[in-house]
Design a protein. Structure first.
Length: 128
């Protein structure tokens, strides 16, 4: 289990994440490339909420393939094109990660690599 660090000497997390995560020595690391809102057949979901759900489903499947789960996440970075989509993006994240609280960064960008992509999520996991 990773150790979460949210000391009173830094601002409290704004949502379900930790300000810092400590990983035990000799952990296996998994770096997950940015996942977009596409299904395995490559079809892009319609709307930010559906794309966020698809991106998190992809992350869950990658973790499972590596013998890991959401509790092994230590860092996520989310890129979203429209600030109005942040609540839907957070709802999808919370649905998938449950009680896990990895370190997290959310960045609003002008665009992603395709005009059809509204969200992209990259992640880092570690398992002792």
């Amino acid at each position: 289990m990773h150790t979460m660090h949210n000391p009173s000497t830094v601002p409290a997390p704004a949502s379900a994440y930790s300000q810092g995560i400590e990983v035990k020595p000799n952990a296996r690391w998994l770096y997950i490339s940015g996942q977009i809102g596409a299904s395995p057949d490559g079809k892009i979901a319609k709307g930010a909420a559906a794309q966020a759900d698809a991106a998190w489903c992809n992350i869950a499947n990658l973790l499972k393939a590596a013998g890991m789960d959401m509790n092994d996440l230590v860092k996520i970075t989310t890129f979203v094109c429209n600030p109005a989509d942040v609540p839907a993006v957070r709802a999808a994240r919370d649905k998938y990660i449950g009680g896990a609280k990895p370190a997290s960064t959310l960045i609003v960008v002008a665009a992603l690599a395709s005009k059809d992509w509204l969200i992209e999520v990259e992640a880092i996991a570690a398992k002792a």
